[in-house]
Design a protein around this ligand. Structure first.
Ligand code: ZN
Length: 240
């Protein structure tokens, strides 16, 4: 049985009050952090989309340059054939070169058609990219402004949290190390961080269960540390 004085119990109750207040402020600050992450997530997605589109544009331009090379190559060949054609002796040779030249010209014209399609794709992508970049710049500015206001609104809570933390430290210093250890142990086992619960009319207000009458009698004497048999919180008798 851990003995405890009324004063020590009051210290634990005080710690718990600060703890509950701290948790409330912590929830506000968590919501702020979540809001900021959410705001930034939108920008991250847009950055990724723009990056993908820039790559796509570079790829289209690269293909266009390859086609330009192919056209130049065909034109060189056509020029060479025309020179050869002027020097040939037989009609058969002449006809064969003419045929070859026709084929090269057909191929060149096919490539030029493909280049036109590609160019229109490049123009569409460039236009779309400019629009997206403008939209991104506008959204970034709006989000930055939102972030500033969210952070400003959080300032009070941050201050309050710091105050509560120093209050907690102060009260913790006045608490015996054994009791503090017990308090922290009980707290760590609770989902809501509440380690100390008042008992009113023999009901534990941590879990709303009736505690045994014998325990309730002992609790009113305020001389030993009692844990709720149901939720394992540290109990204190609240006469109110
Ligand atoms: Zn309980």
């Amino acid at each position: 049985m851990t003995t405890i004085t009324k004063e020590q119990m009051n210290t634990l109750v005080e710690l718990q009050k600060i703890e509950i207040e701290k948790l409330k402020v912590q929830r506000v600050l968590d919501a702020v952090a979540k809001k900021l992450t959410h705001l930034e997530a939108g920008l991250i997605q847009m950055t990724a989309d723009i990056g993908g589109q820039r790559e796509q544009l570079a790829e289209l331009k690269h293909r266009y340059r390859e086609f330009e090379d192919q056209v130049r190559e065909k034109e060189d060949l056509i020029r060479k054939i025309e020179e050869k054609r002027r020097a040939v002796k037989t009609n058969r040779e002449y006809q064969s070169l003419l045929k070859e030249e026709e084929q090269l010209k057909t191929r060149r014209s096919q490539i030029e058609d493909e280049m036109l399609v590609l160019m229109s794709g490049i123009e569409t992508t460039e236009k779309d990219l400019v629009e997206r970049e403008t939209e991104f710049a506008e959204k970034s500015r709006a989000i930055e402004a939102d972030k500033v206001s969210v952070k400003e609104n959080a300032l009070d809570s941050e201050e309050r949290f710091a105050t509560l933390k120093s209050q907690w430290d102060e009260v913790a210093r006045q608490t015996s190390p054994d009791l503090l250890k017990k308090f922290n142990q009980v707290k760590s086992r609770q989902n809501n961080g509440v380690a100390v619960a008042p008992v009113r009319h023999a009901v534990c207000y941590g879990c709303h269960m009736n505690i045994p009458p014998q325990m309730f009698n002992e609790l009113q004497r305020c001389d030993s540390l009692k844990l709720c048999p149901f939720c394992y919180r540290i109990l204190y008798w609240d006469k109110e």
